[in-house]
Design a protein around this ligand. Sequence first.
Ligand SMILES: Cc1cc2nc3c(=O)[nH]c(=O)nc-3n(C[C@H](O)[C@H](O)[C@H](O)COP(=O)(O)OP(=O)(O)OC[C@H]3O[C@@H](n4cnc5c(N)ncnc54)[C@H](O)[C@@H]3O)c2cc1C
Length: 423
Amino acid sequence: MSEIIRRDPRREWIARNRLHPDYASVITDMGGGAAVSEWLGPNGVMRKNPRAVGFIGPNGVKRIDRSGLQQGGQSAATTTAPQDSRRTVTIEDPTFLVAVVPDLTGGRLSGHDKDLLGLARRVADANAEQPGVVVAILFGEHKEDALGDAGIDRVVLLDDDVYAGFSPEARLAALSAVEREMAPRFWLLPDSPLGGADLGRRLALRLGERAATGVWQIEADHAAPLGWHCTTRGAAGSLDIQRPLPRVALALAECAEPVDETRHAAKLLMLTAPVPTTLSRIEDLGQVAVDPAGVALAEAEFILSGGNGIKEWDAFHHAAKVLGATEGASRVAVDDGFMARDRQVGATGTWVTARVYVAVGISGAIQHLQGIQRCDKVVAINLDPGCDIIKRADLAVIGDSTQILAALVAMVEQQRGGQRDAA
Ligand SMILES: Cc1cc2nc3c(=O)[nH]c(=O)nc-3n(C[C@H](O)[C@H](O)[C@H](O)COP(=O)(O)OP(=O)(O)OC[C@H]3O[C@@H](n4cnc5c(N)ncnc54)[C@H](O)[C@@H]3O)c2cc1C
């Protein structure tokens, strides 16, 4: 075959014109299948496509892709699966330990947990000559198969029944045992209302430390006793306070980037001395069912939110009831009188922190996305595969809202019927 590189001026022109309808396919072809940020031009000169660097992050904000693997992923549908390029890091002789106690809600690391582990890694890796290790103390059974990918070097697994449910005394006894045996330099917990916030404050009291709460940033500081200072949010979120980072810190979500470039050993560690487990003065009577409609939006864990794409509001309310979800709405749905004002999600409504947020017939305007940026998983049901909520969504269902909600309700009712029959 001829070695001559033939130019195609039209394709080159399209490649320079980001608004051309064929831009994505041309740039993809030039990269041999995936949109690339660099390719060899016809004259042997390397050409750069600065817009292909990075990808649209979960909040709709462009993020720079440091691994170089998610290039050009403009939408969820076109993103190619990244190859695994993580660097494996094994630390045999650590100088110190950073203990992290993730919430591990439902047996999985939450987004908040992963941010916290990212923060722990920053502290552990700050000095390459004196590396630290991140030790995760996990209560209850976990369902994570890639703890090392989240930045964990060592794992202390405490899956005894005694740690199930609300068991602060048993957990505190276990953390005290970790303190005795391993003496971590830092203790990091998520400052989450239903998790680390309570346990972290108890731990600080037990260790005689003045915990830093609401931590959202840390900086190396040689003048500080432990080499770091932190910025915490105080005065009901209205003030930032700077102080040296103490041994016990409770951090907010987005306090750091989650680990995405390295893979760690997640080696199991055992406590040598038995942990006392018979000191419970608290009896956990289990969770009490509440009416999801009565749950404040800001505290709801599962939200079904409706927008201008809802055509049958009775069917929407029925679906929320069957799914056991708290109802939310876009501003258009509220302005049109379909939903109450206190149900509006977004910049001028409520900022929600649900673990699962289902947006039905909502386009994903920036004001709405602002309100859901701290949600863990977003599911979008929409007719338009190109709308902004789809870019933000972890799972997108393209179709008519009425039909999809009806199918969902039928599926849940069928499953519940099957469970009742079996019982
Ligand atoms: C100062 C200011 C503050 C604002 N604050 C907020 C705020 O706090 N919260 C907020 O939500 N908005 C807010 N807005 C409004 C915001 O800009 C958008 O107008 C609004 O979020 C759009 O609501 P929507 O997505 O429901 O409607 P639309 O933008 O009309 O989107 C409807 C979506 O439904 C889809 N659809 C249509 N039919 C169907 C169907 N049959 N099945 C499935 N999908 C369907 C469409 O594809 C579309 O994506 C604010 C605006 C301003 C200027």
